[in-house]
Design a binder for this molecule. Structure first.
Ligand code: FUB
Length: 320
């Protein structure tokens, strides 16, 4: 059984965390900007973020904490507030967000709050050396790791060894697929503590996942831990799947395990996985309520189950 979490508005890309026993959801806030759909994602023209929270994902009341950050309040803003995530450290909450600067280049920014529901005060500049989209922050012991990247309109193919390249090209066929990035965060949570490195994703035969593999990385990194193992999950974009791979540490390598969810209604698929009160949940979005309008997405939740070997049972993206 699935639940639409917030039918009152269009929201997408839910990052989800439990802070002080309560579930907090950090979504993108979709709107109709009357921009034609293209492979660059120009139709995703979001301008602000809201925070939602609840004490029961499947049945509880969903509180909308209102607007917590607006594009007009971000000093380096160009446009397009895409996916975000939040991490807590020493009683402060750090919102990591994707946004284009005034030259149309995506970077990752940070905004800070005293409470999980914000409001969040943006830093004057993006994270030094950051690029592309879809940050996910994962705490492991005393360290925090940021995973990021997205191809096509997310611009990840523009970079090699963390530098912008001339004439960027996407790999094809049996060439190794573009990989997501990972970096440990600085102690103050505001910068990378090290240059981002490639996150190696291997297929069932321990070979690097290649471009023509339908399970290739596209965007929407998420990391969670289950029974001592690290589960990295992602969206395959143009093949519309949510997939996951397992590793032994936050840097990987990660070996492909399977499909978390089959395609939903709508082009994009993007998720988070969270444990609350002993149950696991998948949060994602689809476009059923907007009758398939791909830039007007609705938040959804369902339970997520593992088998005895720790494999995630595949969820049908179309089923209600
Ligand atoms: O919401 C805008 C973009 O669409 C996100 O950053 C991607 O992950 C995709 O869901």
């Amino acid at each position: 059984m699935k639940r639409y979490l917030f039918p009152a508005d269009y929201m997408a890309d839910p990052a989800t965390h439990v802070f002080n026993g309560r579930v907090y959801i950090y979504p993108s806030h979709d709107r109709d900007a009357h921009v034609g759909e293209n492979d660059n994602g120009d139709h995703f023209q979001m301008k602000d973020y809201h925070v939602l929270s609840t004490d029961d994902l499947m049945n509880g009341e969903i509180t909308d904490h209102g607007k917590v950050l607006d594009v007009d309040d971000i000093p380096w803003a160009g446009a397009q507030l895409w996916d975000s995530d939040v991490a807590e450290k020493d009683g402060k909450y750090y919102l990591y967000f994707s946004m284009k600067d005034r030259t149309g280049v995506f970077h990752i920014g940070v905004a800070v709050a005293d409470r999980p529901e914000g409001p969040f005060i943006p830093q004057p500049d993006p994270i030094r050396g950051s690029y592309s989209i879809d940050p996910c922050v994962f705490k492991d012991g005393e360290d925090y790791y940021i995973y990021f990247g997205g191809i096509w309109g997310g611009q990840l193919q523009w970079y090699k060894d963390n530098l912008m390249v001339e004439n960027p090209a996407l790999p094809k066929g049996t060439e190794v697929a573009i990989r997501p990035k990972v970096a440990r965060l600085s102690k103050d949570m505001l910068q990378f503590a090290e240059p981002p490195r490639d996150l190696v994703l291997l297929d069932e035969n321990d070979e690097p996942i290649v471009a023509e593999d339908p399970h290739h990385f596209f965007e929407a990194s998420w990391m969670h831990k289950y029974n001592g193992k690290y589960y990295f999950s992602w969206s395959t974009g143009d093949t519309h799947l949510l997939c996951y791979a397992i590793g032994d540490n936050p840097y990987g390598p990660f070996k492909f395990q399977g499909v978390i969810m089959t395609p939903v209604v709508g082009w994009t698929t993007h998720h988070s996985i969270v444990e609350h009160n002993g149950k696991w949940y998948l949060l994602h979005h689809d476009c059923k309520p907007s009758n398939g309008v791909t830039w007007l997405r609705s938040l959804k939740v369902c339970e997520l189950e593992y088998d005895a070997d720790g494999r995630i049972k595949t969820i049908d993206g179309i089923a209600d």
